[in-house]
Ligand binder design. Sequence first.
Ligand code: SF4
Length: 253
Amino acid sequence: MKQVDLKRFVFSQNSLNTFRICPKKFRYKYIDRIGWEKDDKEYYDSMEMGRDFHLICERYFRNIPIGNLDFDKSGKFSKWIERIKNIVSIEDEKKYLPEYGVFINIEGVRINAKYDLVVIYTEDGKECIDIWDWKTENRKITYKDASMRMQTTVYMYMAYEAVTQIHGIDKNNVRIRMMYYQPDYSDQPVRIEYTDEKISEDRKRIYGIIENIETSDFIPINKNGCKWCEFSRICDECGVEDLDFDYYQEDGE
Ligand code: SF4
């Protein structure tokens, strides 16, 4: 079985969140690199829809034609992209970075983040970094939910550490915000403002989890999530019985 060297591992919000949910799940997914059969059609249809919509948004913010939306029989994508155009207007003096990936390596700890959209501009003497994330899921996101997400922690921290560095932005004069926008709802986005206190909390949270991963024996902490875990049918510590599943090993990067 091909395994991953944790010393060279590139952490992400997904991998950190997986470890937080269940260390054993992290082991299956990122160390043993075990995949599973795509048997949940509804789940994969919704993933595909999300990917298609993100591609349309990327084209819009790269200022290239978004392409023919004839496949969009329900008119959903057309409605969604119009809402996004209204909520994030394109202005000449701002820099728009769709599907933007950043990476840091601080003293051998590697972390990456991939944003749906980053907008960089100056306002009232402040250098501003706005992070946008499009959510096509049905469940409505609340401020409380968004502010506690690992995605928010990693994305905002990486904006502070990496985006400032790459774009020559003074960390002492930056305003960082993250907006989750669900185009299925006409409401305003859920907006989270970054503070000095939060930067320090996030740094501790991220590096604390990485330290735990590096010293972990990958024993499950609790089994509350077993019912929804994709590894439940192969896991010898699964808290759910009577499951029947085929699986395979996936080699890759
Ligand atoms: S089935 Fe339960 S214990 Fe096993 S990896 Fe999944 S969440 Fe962890």
